[in-house]
Design a protein. Structure first.
Length: 145
């Protein structure tokens, strides 16, 4: 796929746009580079979701194939992600309580979304099982509002 930047012409190295399900809310603000690592994720999957798990008082990640948590991710989550979620009227949990929403990071596309936890998990399961990332499965991420 070829992408065009009006000021410079064709740029073939940009990542493909992700198609995401309806109901995914795309963040306008860019997240800091490496925030997925700061939240404890060490894998290589394109899409990873993060949520606060009150039973362990930690941030849990899930990439559709594996899940886990990283020590210390709670601080970044509570100081950066939770306030950002509140601006979008999303509840990702924190301070001892779980929330119904999660943060999804598209590591290849350098985009992030908030979504309802169940729908985000379904999306990751579909992606990890070879589901087609196409308009038939959702909307172009640039159109997700």
């Amino acid at each position: 796929m070829i992408y065009r930047r009006p000021e410079t012409g064709f740029v073939p190295s940009l990542p493909p746009l992700a198609y995401v399900p309806d109901g995914f809310i795309r963040l306008v603000e860019p997240l800091a580079a490496g925030v997925d690592r700061q939240l404890g994720y060490a894998g290589e999957a394109r899409f990873v979701l993060f949520y606060y798990e009150p039973r362990g008082d930690e941030v849990t990640w899930n990439d559709g194939r594996t899940y886990g948590f990283g020590l210390g991710g709670w601080r970044v989550f509570l100081e950066m992600i939770e306030p950002l979620a509140q601006r979008y009227e999303m509840n990702v949990g924190g301070t001892g309580k779980a929330g119904p929403h999660v943060l999804i990071i598209d590591r290849l596309g350098h985009q992030a979304f908030f979504a309802e936890r169940r729908r985000a998990q379904e999306f990751l399961t579909e992606q990890s099982s070879g589901g087609v990332n196409s308009p038939a499965k959702g909307r172009n991420a640039d159109a997700a509002e």
